[in-house]
Design a protein around this ligand. Structure first.
Ligand code: FEO
Length: 174
C-alpha cells in the first residue's frame, strides 16, 4: 500500500536532506585534504558515502511501498572552514539538525497511522544517537590535542583507519 501523500512529500524532502549531508561531508573532506589532514579527509569521505546510503534506504523504502520518489535540487554546501575543529563542530550541529528532521518525520508517520514507516524510521532514530555521539567524541579528541601538532598527526592517522561504509542495503534494518 502506498504511503499517504503528506508522508511521501516529507520522505522526499528527507531524501534531499540526506543527499545534502553527503554533499556537505564531501565538501568537508576536500577542505581537510586542503589543510594536509588526509586522515580526516578520509573519515569525512566515508561519512559522505554513509549519508548516501541513508538516502538510498529512503529511496528503496518509497519504492517498496509503491510510492513515488521525487529528487529535489541539492543546495551548495560551504567550501571553506576555519579549522578542522570548525569542521567537526559544524558536523555535530548538522547531525543535531538531522535528528530533529527524523523526529519530525516520525511525527508525520504517527499522524498518518503508518506503522510500517514508524518501524522503518526507528533505525534512523537509533542511528542519529550514534552519529551525534561520534561527532562529540571527535571534538573531545581534538580538544585534547589542541596546540600539539605531533598529537594531531597521530589523531589524523587514527581517523584515516576508518573502514569503508557498508554497501548500500535495501533492508532498512541492515
Ligand atoms: Fe544520515 Fe548523519 O544522518
Amino acid at each position: 500500500m502506498p504511503v499517504d501523500s503528506t508522508l511521501q512529500d516529507a520522505i522526499n524532502r528527507h531524501i534531499n536532506a540526506e543527499l545534502y549531508s553527503s554533499y556537505l561531508y564531501l565538501s568537508m573532506s576536500t577542505y581537510c585534504d586542503s589543510i594536509d589532514l588526509p586522515g580526516f579527509a578520509h573519515w569525512m569521505r566515508i561519512q559522505s558515502e554513509e549519508e548516501y546510503t541513508h538516502a538510498m534506504k529512503f529511496v528503496d523504502y518509497l519504492q517498496d511501498r509503491d510510492s513515488r520518489v521525487t529528487l529535489l535540487p541539492i543546495e551548495q554546501p560551504p567550501v571553506e572552514y576555519d579549522s578542522v575543529e570548525d569542521v567537526m563542530r559544524q558536523t555535530l550541529a548538522h547531525e543535531q539538525h538531522v535528528s530533529v528532521l527524523i523526529n519530525d518525520l516520525y511525527g508525520v508517520a504517527v499522524r498518518a497511522s503508518d506503522y510500517a514507516s514508524q518501524i522503518m524510521l526507528q533505525w534512523f532514530i537509533t542511528e542519529q544517537v550514534e552519529e551525534e555521539k561520534t561527532a562529540r567524541d571527535v571534538i573531545a579528541a581534538l580538544e585534547m590535542v589542541k596546540g600539539r601538532s605531533d598529537a594531531l598527526l597521530l589523531l589524523d592517522r587514527e581517523m584515516g583507519a576508518r573502514p569503508a561504509a557498508s554497501p548500500i542495503a535495501t533492508d532498512v534494518a541492515a
